[in-house]
Design a binder for this molecule. Structure first.
Ligand code: G6P
Length: 608
C-alpha cells in the first residue's frame, strides 16, 4: 500500500526518485508525487494518476532539479485520489514535507486539536496531520520534533521527511510499515522495498519499529526512540535488478508464471539430502513430534496456499490444522494451547493483518513459523522460525510464483512432519521427496500448453460469471483460480466445494454459465462426475481441469478438458493453479485489462 522513496546524493534526484517510484508502483498507483530541496525551500510536484502522469508534468518543469528529495506512489485510504490528497504533504509554511505509507488511526483527534491552534488543512488525508504536527513540535531540531510526533500518533507508518532548514538531508522513521535504507557511495536512499534503489546499490539496512534515520549523501545515522545513536547490520541483496525487470515479456505476470519451475526448484533443492527433506531453520524434531495443532494464518493467495497446506498436513502428518484469514484470527480470540504451532505465510512479510495475527499468537506464547519470500521483512524478523521461499522479486500484483513456492514449502513441511512423527516408511518418504523434486518439470509441461489455455481464454473471455468447483485440494486450488480471474479480468467468479453447490449456489447456474471443474484426484473423480452432471443438467458449459489419471473418466462429461501431468494427488494444486493463472492471464489480455496493476489493488497491504 503506497510506496515511498528518497534520495540524497550528487546526481539529479528527480529521475532517481521517478525510477524508484516506478519500481514501487505495484504498491499503489492512484497518485504520485515528489518533494525536493530547491532554492532554499522545498518544491513539490504531485498529481492524481499513475507515475507516467507525474513524469509528464515534470518534463514541463525543466528548471526543477535537486540533489535530494522524497517521492510517493499512493493507494488511497483517507480521501479519494485527487491532486490535493496526493503526497508529499507540506506544513503550512512549506518548510516541512512528508511522505507516508500506513494509517494514522488518531488523525481526526490530532487534526481537531491542530485546527483549534490555527492550522488549516488542504487535504482529507491522515498524513497531512504529520506535516502540521512536525511544524508544531519543531523548535529547531527536526529529529526531536519527529520523536514527539511518533509519541503522539497511533497507527502505522513509514515516513520520509524533508526540512528546509536541513538541505540535503532526509529524515525517516517507521512503525509497522516497511522501510529500508539503501547505502550507496556518496549517495543514500530510503525506500519501501529494495527494487526502488537496486540499480544504484545492493547494500542496505532494515529499519526497525520506532527507529529514526537521518541520511545525507555521505552518512546514515540511525537512532532509537530516545534519539540515542545505534548501529545496524549491513545487509546485501542477493538478486539483481534484471530479476525485477520484464525481460522481454509483455507483462510481469507472464514472466513470473514462466519463472515458476525455477522458483520451485530453488525452493526445493537446497532442502533435500539423500531423498529426505530438511528444514533450514532451528526448529527441532522433539518440538515437531510434540505439536498438538497447527494454526495456518495468512491473507489472499497466501491463505489459499494455507488451505492446500491444511489438506496436505492433515493427510500426511495427521495433525489437526486450522486455516484462518489473518484478519479473522487476530480478533476471534482463538483457542490455543502451548503445544500448538502457528504457521504464517506471506510473500512480502509485511502484510499488516498477518503481522498482527502473528503477534497475537506470540502474545499467547505459541511458537511461530513464518513462510516468507522477502528476506529480512518484518514477519521474518519477528517469527521464531523462518523458512524462506526463493521465488525472487515478484512485481505483478497478482501473485503467481510466490504462491507456487509457498505451496511446495508446505508440502515439504508436511513430509518432514510426517517423517519425524514416524508416519512414513523410508520408501514413501523418498517417493514424496521425489514428487517435490519433479514438480518443476511438471509445471513446465503445463506451461508448454500455453496455446491451448490462450485459445480457451479467447472463447470464454466474454462470460459475465465463472464458477470454479473442486473437492479437497482441488477446491483449495479452485479458490486461487477464481481469485486470479477476479483480480485481473474483473469477471465475477466464485469457487465452491463441489458438494456444496447444490445447497444454494446452483440456483445461479443458467444456460451457458461457464463452470471450471478441477478434478485431479482419482478417489474423488466419480463424485466430480456427478457434480458436473448436475450443473450440465442446468445448462452450464463445463471446462474440466483433470490429471492424466482422471482424464478418461472426466472427458465423457466435460465440454472441454485440459489435462495436467499426474503427480501425488495432494500436490496437484501446483499444476492446476498454473493452468488457471494462464487462463486468467489470457482472459484479462482479451479484455484489455491492466494486468500487472489491476484496479483498486495493491501488492503489499500494509494497512489493516
Ligand atoms: C494482497 C495481494 C495478494 C496477496 C495478499 C497477501 O492482497 O494482492 O496477492 O496474496 O496481499 O500478501 P502477502 O505479501 O502477505 O503474501
Amino acid at each position: 500500500m503506497c510506496g515511498i522513496v528518497g534520495f540524497t546524493g550528487s546526481a539529479d534526484a528527480l529521475p532517481v526518485l521517478v525510477n524508484g517510484l516506478k519500481r514501487l508502483e505495484y504498491r499503489g498507483y492512484d497518485s504520485a508525487g515528489i518533494a525536493a530541496f530547491d532554492n532554499g525551500g522545498i518544491r513539490v510536484t504531485k498529481t492524481r494518476g499513475r507515475i507516467s502522469e507525474l513524469e509528464r508534468i515534470l518534463r514541463g518543469q525543466p528548471d526543477f532539479s535537486s540533489a535530494c528529495g522524497i517521492g510517493h506512489t499512493r493507494w488511497a485510504t483517507h480521501g479519494e485520489p485527487t491532486d490535493e490528497n496526493s503526497h508529499p504533504h507540506l506544513s503550512h509554511d512549506g518548510r516541512i514535507a512528508v511522505v507516508h505509507n500506513g494509517i494514522i488511526e488518531n488523525y481526526a483527534d490530532i487534526k481537531a486539536r491542530l485546527i483549534k491552534r490555527g492550522y488549516s488543512f488542504r487535504s482529507e488525508t491522515d498524513t497531512e496531520v504529520i506535516a502540521h504536527l512536525l511544524d508544531f513540535y519543531y523548535k529547531g531540531d527536526i529529529l526531536v520534533a519527529l520523536a514527539k510526533v511518533m509519541a503522539t500518533v497511533r497507527g502505522s507508518y513509514a515516513l520520509g521527511v524533508l526540512c528546509a532548514d536541513r538541505p540535503g538531508e532526509i529524515i525517516a522513521a517507521r512503525l509497522d510499515s516497511p522501510l529500508i535504507v539503501g547505502l550507496g557511495d556518496g549517495e543514500n536512499f530510503i525506500a519501501s522495498d529494495i527494487p526502488a534503489f537496486l540499480e544504484h546499490t545492493r547494500d542496505y539496512y532494515t529499519v526497525d519499529d520506532g527507529e529514526i534515520v537521518c541520511l545525507t549523501k555521505d552518512s546514515v545515522t540511525v537512532y532509537n526512540s530516545d534519539l540515542e545513536e545505534i548501529s545496524k547490520e549491513r545487509m546485501t541483496v542477493s538478486w539483481s535488478i534484471e530479476a525485477a525487470e520484464k525481460g522481454g515479456y509483455e507483462h510481469f505476470m507472464l514472466k513470473e508464471i514462466h519463472e515458476q519451475p525455477k522458483a520451485v526448484r530453488d525452493t526445493v533443492s537446497p532442502r533435500l539430502e539423500n531423498g529426505r527433506i530438511f528444514l533450514d531453520t532451528n526448529i527441532n524434531d522433539d518440538f515437531l513430534q510434540d505439536i498438538s495443532r497447527i494454526h495456518i494464518i495468512a491473507c489472499g493467495s497466501a491463505y489459499h496456499t494455507g488451505m492446500v497446506g491444511k489438506y496436505v498436513i492433515e493427510n500426511l502428518a495427521r495433525i489437526p490444522v486450522e486455516c484462518d484469514l489473518a484478519s479473522e484470527f487476530r480478533y476471534r480470540d482463538p483457542i490455543i494451547s502451548g503445544r500448538d504451532l502457528c504457521i504464517v505465510i506471506s510473500q512480502s512479510g509485511e502484510t499488516a493483518d498477518t503481522l498482527a495475527a502473528m503477534r497475537e499468537a506470540k502474545r499467547r506464547d505459541i511458537k511461530t513459523l513464518a513462510i516468507i519470500n522477502v528476506v529480512g521483512s518484518t514477519i521474518a524478523r519477528e517469527a521464531d522460525y523462518v523458512l524462506y521461499t526463493w521465488a525472487g522479486p515478484e512485481i505483478a500484483v497478482a501473485t503467481t510464483k510466490a504462491y507456487s513456492t509457498q505451496l511446495v514449502m508446505l508440502y515439504m513441511l508436511a513430509v518432514r512432519l510426517a517423517a519425524v512423527r514416524g508416519l512414513l516408511d523410508a520408501h514413501t518418504e523418498k517417493k514424496l521427496t521425489a514428487e517435490c523434486l519433479h514438480l518443476p518439470e511438471k509445471i513446465e509441461a503445463v506451461i508448454a500448453q500455453i496455446n491451448t489455455l490462450s485459445y480457451l481464454a479467447s472463447r470464454f473471455h466474454n462470460h459475465k460469471d465463472i464458477f470454479f468447483l473442486g473437492r479437497g485440494v482441488d477446491y483449495a486450488a479452485a479458490l486461487e483460480g477464481s481469485l486470479k480471474l477476479k483480480e485481473i479480468s474483473y469477471i465475477r467468479s466464485e469457487a465452491y466445494a463441489a458438494g456444496e453447490l447444490k445447497h444454494g449456489t446452483i440456483a445461479l447456474i443458467r444456460n451457458d454459465t461457464l463452470v471450471i471443474a478441477i478434478a485431479t484426484q482419482q478417489s474423488l473423480a466419480e463424485k466430480m462426475v456427478s457434480n458436473i452432471r448436475e450443473v450440465k443438467a442446468r445448462g452450464a458449459h463445463v471446462l474440466t481441469i483433470a490429471s492424466e489419471d482422471t482424464r478418461q473418466m472426466l472427458s465423457e462429461v466435460s465440454d472441454d478438458i485440459f489435462v495436467v501431468p499426474s503427480c501425488f494427488e495432494k500436490f496437484s494444486p501446483s499444476l492446476t493453479v498454473v493452468a488457471m493463472q494462464l487462463f486468467a492471464y489470457y482472459i484479462a489480455l482479451c479484455r484489455g485489462c491492466s494486468i500487472d496493476k489491476p484496479r483498486n489493488l495493491a501488492k503489499s497491504v500494509t494497512v489493516e
